[in-house]
Design a protein around this ligand. Structure first.
Ligand SMILES: NC(=O)c1ccc[n+]([C@@H]2O[C@H](COP(=O)([O-])OP(=O)(O)OC[C@H]3O[C@@H](n4cnc5c(N)ncnc54)[C@H](O)[C@@H]3O)[C@@H](O)[C@H]2O)c1
Length: 330
């Protein structure tokens, strides 16, 4: 099994989305042969502009992870499979729960079965969410914290994670599961605010609009810059002794939404903070304060975040000031 990505064959599900495209760009730089599978789910992050810098260096397959024939073929010969395709919209998961279940659970199962029958040596890296914990009983939240999701999206992610672990244990596939905190940075969708609130704040600041902070803005969140998440994904994939387990990925630092919005305004030099009441839909799926305990991934995998929040914000603002037209109509 390869321990570097040079000439490694890599499949990224959801490869045209935020995390998938940034990962693809990094992997191409590392010399990997990269295939992306994405169904361009409406209102999600799939965007061909995301892979502009590497468009001639990757294979793109516009298919659905629920399609068994496609997946049986696509997994073949792959050393690493980063499973990032999913229904990721928390609000939509409550409006259309069957679709969420179908994509996140059936889609994951189709991928696992494809690997079981056609490539049992593949290494599978699953991108789960901190939402799997639900409301924090204590902070910071370690991997042994109870899991009690507050919405369907987090339930289907938790279930998909358990599927990966069962296939690891019972069917001897190699799977590793990350519970990722709110991540921000270039190449995230900027069409609407139903997921990816950090990036939405950035859009509002760039547009010199009010940044809508729900309630009094005191809820704490742990925000991670995309480049740090890529380090975590790549290091987890190549730490072969770490498979079969769940790891938190976060900055390990909490910041309130109010402070975050103020920071974005200060760094952008535009926009203003506005306090608005929670909508009913938002209130229902809001889990409250969250800060990740990242000691396990530090100790076992040797990963730690490197980018300060200020630097991440600046790099995000610079990207969208330059390329914003590919993400929203100004
Ligand atoms: N961004 C975050 O803050 C964050 C945090 C925790 C976990 N995650 C997880 O990471 C993964 C990637 O998230 P993202 O932020 O890049 O979202 P994104 O919306 O930018 O990307 C997801 C991609 O998956 C594709 N997709 C959806 N359903 C598909 C299907 N059935 N078949 C093929 N492609 C499909 C979409 O078209 C989209 O391009 C998701 O599983 C998400 O739950 C993200």
């Amino acid at each position: 099994m390869k321990t570097s990505f040079e000439n490694a064959n890599v499949l990224i599900t959801g490869g045209l989305g935020f995390i998938g495209s940034n990962l693809a760009i990094r992997l191409v730089k590392l010399g990997a042969q990269v295939t992306l599978v994405d169904n361009m789910l409406p209102r999600q992050g799939g965007n061909l502009f995301n892979i502009e810098p590497i468009k001639d260096n990757v294979h793109i397959n516009f298919s659905d992870i629920r399609n068994e024939l496609s997946m049986n073929y696509l997994v073949q010969g792959k050393d690493y499979i980063f499973h990032l395709a999913g229904q990721v919209n928390h609000v939509d998961s409550m409006r259309n729960p069957i679709k969420d279940l179908d994509i996140n659970c059936k889609g994951t199962l189709v991928l696992l079965e494809a690997c079981h029958h056609h490539n049992p040596d593949a290494r599978i890296i699953f991108a789960g969410t901190r939402g799997e914990y639900g409301k924090s009983v204590h902070i910071p939240v370690g991997e042994d914290h109870p899991t009690d999701p507050v919405g369907i999206y987090a339930i289907t992610n938790l279930t998909a994670e358990k599927m990966v672990l069962v296939y690891h244990r019972v069917k001897k596939l190699r799977g590793i599961c990350l519970r990722i905190t709110n991540t921000f940075g270039p190449r995230h969708q900027m069409m609407h605010d139903e997921y990816g609130v950090f990036n939405w704040f950035v859009r509002k600041a760039i547009d010199n609009d009010g940044i809508p902070v729900f309630g009094d803005g005191s809820i704490l969140r742990d925000f991670l810059f995309i480049e740090d998440l890529l380090d975590a994904l790549l290091l987890s994939a190549t730490t072969h002794t770490a498979y079969g387990e769940v790891y938190n990925v976060g900055s390990g630092q909490g910041i309130s939404f109010k402070e975050l919005a103020e920071k974005i305004v200060a760094i952008a030099g535009t926009g203003r903070v506005e306090f608005v009441p929670f909508t009913q839909e938002r209130k229902e799926v809001e889990p409250g304060d969250y800060v990740a305990d990242i000691r396990k991934i530090k100790n076992v995998i040797g990963w730690a975040p490197k980018t300060s929040l200020d630097e991440g914000i600046l790099r995000t603002i610079n990207f969208y000031r330059r390329y914003g037209e590919h993400y929203w109509k100004k």
